[in-house]
Structures are given as C-alpha cells and as structure tokens.
Design a protein around this ligand. Structure first.
Ligand code: COA
Length: 380
C-alpha cells in the first residue's frame, strides 16, 4: 500500500466517493443530486430538498404531500422526552439540547432492524425544532407549548413555535426555508465526515447523528453563524465596523463567517442568503444598519484580504431579522443538515468499509524498555 504524506486538516484529500453533492467540483458550483443550488433555493421547498437528499430524486406532488403528512405525524414530542427537557437548565446551549435530543430519541425509539434510516431521519428532522422550542419556552417561562401546528412546513412550524404566534410574515418564512435549503448538504464537511466514520464502525444511526452535532458546533464549522452575529450585534455604524475590522486585522484574529476550505472565491450560497437578508432589511421589522455594516465588512474583506463571505455571514443577519435569538442559529443548522447527514449515512451503509486512516508517525525512535525501579529522568 502506498502512503501519501499527511496534509494539514486533510486539505485536498479525497476521502471516499459520494453521489450526493458537488461542492465546487470541476468548476460546476454547488449541486445537490445534480440540481443547481440556485434552482433549489428559489424554486423548491425544504421538504422537497429533504426528499431529494434522502431518496435521490425530487418528489412528485403526491410524494411531497405524503412527506408533509409524515413530518406532521413525526413532530410529536414523546412524554418522556418532555419530562427530560423540563429538567434541563435554561442556561444550556441549544446545541447541547440538540445533541441530547438525538441521544434520548436513540434510547426511546432505538434502531432495531435494517431499513429504518429514512424513518429515523424524518423523525429527527420533524422533532428537533419542536423539542428545542419546548425546552426553550419551558425553561424560560414555564410554558408547555403544543408542538402541533398542523401540516405546517418545518420552517413555519419552527417560527410559529418560537414566536408563539399563529401568523408569520411570508417573507420571514421563505427566508428561513431558503436557509434550511442552503444549509442542507455540503459533501464531506467535517460533521458529515465524522458521522460517516461513526457509522462505518457499524454503530447505530443515532450515534452517527450525535457525532455530527458535536462536530458541527465548533465555530470553524457550523458555530460560525452564531459567532458572526456575536461580533455584528454591537456594531451600530460604519466607523464602529472599521474599528472592529482594524483591531481584528492587527491581532490576526479570524473573522467568522469568512473563508472556506473549498471555495476560495465566492461561496455560491452567500449571494442567495444575502438577497433574502437584504429583502428583510427593507421591511418594517428589518435592520438596515445591520445590513449596511455587514456589506461594509464584506467589501473590505474582499478588497483588502481577498477573503469572501461564506453562508454563515449573511445567515446571521437573516436569522436576526427573522427574530430568532443568536444562540439558536447553529441549532437551526442541525435541523437542516440532518437531511445531508441522513443521505450520507444511508450512502455509507450501502457500501460500507471501516474508515481507519493512518497517521504519519513523528514520535521517538524505538527505545530500550526501562523497569520502573531503574527509571530516572536521564534514562527515560
Ligand atoms: N478571517 C481572517 N483570516 C482568514 C479567515 C478569516 N475568516 N479565513 C482564512 N483566513 C486566512 C488564514 O488565516 C490564512 O492566512 P495565512 O496564510 O496568513 O496563515 C489564509 O486565510 C488561508 O486560510 P486557511 O486557514 O488555510 O484556510 P482553511 O481552508 O484551513 O480554513 C476556514 C477554512 C473555514 C476554517 C477558515 O476560513 C476560517 O476559520 N473561517 C472562519 C470560520 C468560518 O466562517 N467557518 C465557517 C466555514 S463554512
């Protein structure tokens, strides 16, 4: 077996085969199962994309209707999960809630036989939002929400449950839905790769998803949308944005929401979410200052550093204008990426081989063993 030298962070290493998405491969941009991300974002719903990623093709109207009914049925929070959610502190991070929900459902509704992957995926996609918001409202104000808002889409259900309203602005729903489509799949991203490694050991599906959630959380991956909003929030003018950027440049700190391992120019998802964030900024509940500051930072980063915004940068202002609190941003990413993770885990299992690479050894040469009674600092 020929061994290649290690690449830092596995950069540029082809770690396997996948038929799910192209992330800048061959200069054809981002496609899910062959469909351009622009078509999917502007012309599809997240439910259609869910079907596409899990089943391999777009649904017919009948298949979509059946999926919507299935999602509605799978939205119900088990009583035992509600009891556990009621005990979790309000200071918990939403990503800890998501990881815990995946784990608890894996106990309450375990994977017991082959062929349950699709059912588990739809269960988690449908349940994650209601469970998170059950915990949120109960821990903050003692309210036990009714998770069943009828056959609403995942986006509308989430927004209704968060805002505790029966009507949500259609542009807010559309923006949220588009964000779910954009976050749904991204080839061997760190969380997807981690999940594939887990199931490659023949571990259960829920363990794969729990692995993925833990990996997504970090600010170099999914946590970047939350981290971007944390620095954007206090910036109320262009001069404050300039001060912020100058000080980050000086201290050589990363600016979250910029740069990408694969896209070295524009992230094809960024102009789409920016479009919706800009549309929201022009509405009565919009935040034009946030958009002006964001656009200024984008312009300077491209001109001065040649580093482009990734999806997380304008997702931050989009979610903020949907009225969603910053700590929930990465948890929303989980709901969306559950579709891509699901597609990848099904694919991994269809042609499984244990993932077990080797490292390039950099430790000491072979040493003479020294019994403990003869050890001293000089002979170790
Ligand atoms: N802010 C400032 N500088 C950045 C940067 C950012 N967001 N992203 C990359 N750079 C710089 C690096 O410091 C490095 O500079 P150097 O050559 O002087 O050391 C150069 O650009 C190349 O970056 P590199 O770290 O090799 O890229 P990578 O492929 O390893 O990293 C990311 C990709 C995503 C990890 C990186 O761009 C990053 O940390 N971005 C911020 C976090 C983020 O938004 N993550 C979400 C990704 S979708």
């Amino acid at each position: 077996m020929s061994e290649k030298k290690a690449a830092g962070g596995l950069q540029g290493i082809v770690a396997g085969q996948s038929a799910i998405s192209t992330v800048g491969v061959g200069g054809i941009g981002l496609n899910y199962r062959g469909y351009d991300i622009n078509d999917l974002a502007y012309k599809c719903s997240f439910e259609e994309v869910t079907y596409l990623l899990l089943k391999g093709n777009l649904p017919t109207q009948q298949q979509l209707d059946e999926l919507k009914t299935y999602i509605w049925q799978k939205r119900q929070i088990p009583c035992k999960l509600k009891q556990i959610l009621e005990t979790l502190p309000k200071e918990s991070h939403p990503m800890d809630i998501m990881r815990t929900v995946a784990s608890i459902v894996g106990i309450l509704e375990p994977e017991t036989k082959p062929g349950q992957e699709y059912e588990i995926c739809i269960r988690l996609i449908s349940l994650f939002g209601p469970a998170l918001l059950y915990w949120y409202h109960y821990s903050n104000s003692g309210i036990k929400i009714n998770e069943n808002t009828g056959k609403d889409s995942i986006a509308e259900n989430f927004l209704k449950l968060y805002h505790l309203k029966s009507e949500i602005d259609p542009l807010v729903i559309k923006t949220f839905d588009v964000s779910l489509i954009l976050y749904a799949e991204h080839d061997f991203a760190a969380s997807t790769f981690a999940a594939r490694v887990t199931v490659s050991t023949l571990s259960d599906f829920y363990s794969g998803i729990t692995t993925a959630i833990g990996t997504l959380r970090g600010p170099l991956h999914g946590g970047a949308n939350e981290a971007a909003m944390q620095y954007l929030e206090p910036l109320k003018s262009i001069s404050q944005a300039d001060q912020f950027l100058n000080s980050r440049y000086q201290s050589k700190q990363l600016i979250m929401g910029f740069g990408h391992r694969v896209y070295k120019k524009e992230d094809p998802r960024s102009p789409i979410i920016k479009d919706f964030s800009l549309q929201l900024s022009k509405t009565t509940n919009g935040d034009p200052t946030l958009l002006a500051v964001s656009q200024h930072i984008e312009k300077r980063m491209i001109e001065e550093k040649k580093i482009y915004p990734n999806l997380d940068f304008y997702s931050a202002s989009a979610y903020k204008q949907c009225g969603v609190p910053t700590p929930m941003f990465t948890a929303i990413f989980v709901i969306s990426r559950m579709t891509g993770w699901g597609g990848h885990l099904i694919e991994q299992r269809s042609n499984n081989k244990l993932m077990r690479p080797v490292s390039e050894y950099t430790g000491p040469a072979k040493k003479q063993f020294v019994p403990i009674e003869m050890r001293n600092k000089a002979n170790l």
